[in-house]
Design a protein around this ligand. Structure first.
Ligand SMILES: Nc1ncnc2c1ncn2[C@@H]1O[C@H](COP(=O)(O)OP(=O)(O)OP(=O)(O)O)[C@@H](O)[C@H]1O
Ligand SMILES: [Mg+2]
Length: 349
């Protein structure tokens, strides 16, 4: 007997969005990350992050970036809708943090989301409200140029995931961590973080990374940090600040590494950093590192994981050695490598 009906069916779009959301939206801090990236890509110089109940009740991010017109505002809720890439070659010439065109659609599908935006200085804006990804209302509003996105009741329609959310303070900690990372990478942008109406972080625009590190991690830290500045070629450059070996931490959470302005937690990079400190730190101790690798986007693949926390290098060992070697050279003139350790390291180079 031939059976005509199929076993396979195409899933409804709302369910696809929920599945996609599962990949990028794990907790309030994931929303904060995605929205901050959008604000930065929009060229914002002032960003306000407001949270309630650790972001579980409310996440509101306001920027003074380029904003969107009416049509774009509607399109931004669609999956695979982006202004950032057009063709597959663009994937290897990325200059923006976003490119998948999925974040807003994903976040909207698991929350109550209100987008207010304006792309002009006449004060004419658009407001769109969606519940579980379904647009419920759209109105014209008076609004200065920029964008505010309000995300309420995250996972209200995904109770299984909501159960995994932690205490308010824990979620707030994750969100604050995301703000710290973006703030380190973007010293020229002001960031304010408010939690339950209380100001937690207030960072004005700064000239450079040094000033931002001082504001974020403490001015007293600066005297123990050494500058790294290594230009390998026109499109490979390493800059930042690293701690002298006497300044250590008990966890690797103070190692901040960025590739083309994007925070990355990469195994190869992490290993290279620790390699640079080899013989200098006690077991179980970690340095404070804020390191920026600027690399030709054609040399990396960032499309590895939806959260973009990982990267693949074309020339992995070259990058590893550049980082490890630069750190060693930075630490050496400071007198921290004794001759014995020095020979060992040169021997391995
Ligand atoms: N704060 C903002 N200011 C101006 N435009 C924005 C803002 N947020 C989103 N957009 C517009 O909406 C589009 C969709 O945003 P979304 O975050 O979903 O995708 P993306 O940033 O392009 O890619 P990704 O999914 O990798 O983040 C963006 O490409 C951008 O054009
Ligand atoms: Mg985005």
């Amino acid at each position: 007997m031939v059976r005509m009906e199929t076993k396979i069916h195409i899933l409804p779009e709302a369910l696809c969005n929920k599945i996609a959301a599962g990949e990028v939206v794990e907790r309030p801090s994931s929303v904060v990350k995605e929205l901050l990236e959008n604000s930065l890509d929009a060229g914002a110089s002032d960003i306000l992050i407001e949270l309630e109940a650790g972001g579980k009740r409310l996440i509101r991010i306001s920027d003074n970036g380029c904003g969107m017109n009416r049509q774009d505002a509607f399109l931004s809720f669609e999956r695979h809708a982006t202004s950032k890439i057009r063709t597959d070659t663009d994937l290897f010439a990325l200059t923006t943090l976003g490119f998948r065109g999925e974040a807003l659609a994903s976040i909207a599908s698991v929350s109550r989301l209100r987008l207010t935006t304006s792309d002009n200085d006449e004060g004419l804006g658009q407001q769109i409200y969606a519940e579980g990804g379904k647009i419920k209302s759209a109105t014209e509003v008076g609004f200065p140029q920029g964008t505010t996105i309000e995300v309420r009741n995250l996972f209200f329609n995904l109770p299984a995931r909501k159960k995994f959310l932690r205490k308010e303070q824990t979620e707030l900690g994750h969100a604050a961590d995301v703000v710290t990372k973006q703030a380190l990478a973007n010293p020229a942008v002001s960031f304010r973080l408010k939690h339950n109406e209380r100001i937690m972080v207030d960072l004005r625009r700064e000239k450079g990374v040094r000033e931002r590190v001082a504001a974020l991690l403490g001015r007293s830290l600066l005297s123990d940090l050494l500058p790294v500045d290594r230009q390998n070629s026109a499109d490979l450059q390493l800059t930042g600040l690293i701690s002298q070996p006497q300044l250590t931490r008990s966890a690797s959470s103070h190692i901040y590494t960025f590739i083309n302005g994007r925070y990355i937690r990469d195994r190869v990079v992490q290993h290279a950093v620790m390699d640079g400190y080899r013989h200098l730190l006690m077991k179980g101790r970690y340095p404070v590192v804020v390191l920026f690798l600027q690399i030709d986007p054609a040399q990396i693949d960032i499309n590895v994981h939806p959260t973009k926390h990982e990267v693949r290098f074309r020339e992995q060992s070259k990058i590893h050695d550049l980082i490890a070697e630069s750190l060693r050279q930075t630490l050496r003139p400071a007198g921290w490598l004794d001759t014995k350790a020095d020979t060992q390291i040169t021997g391995q180079a």
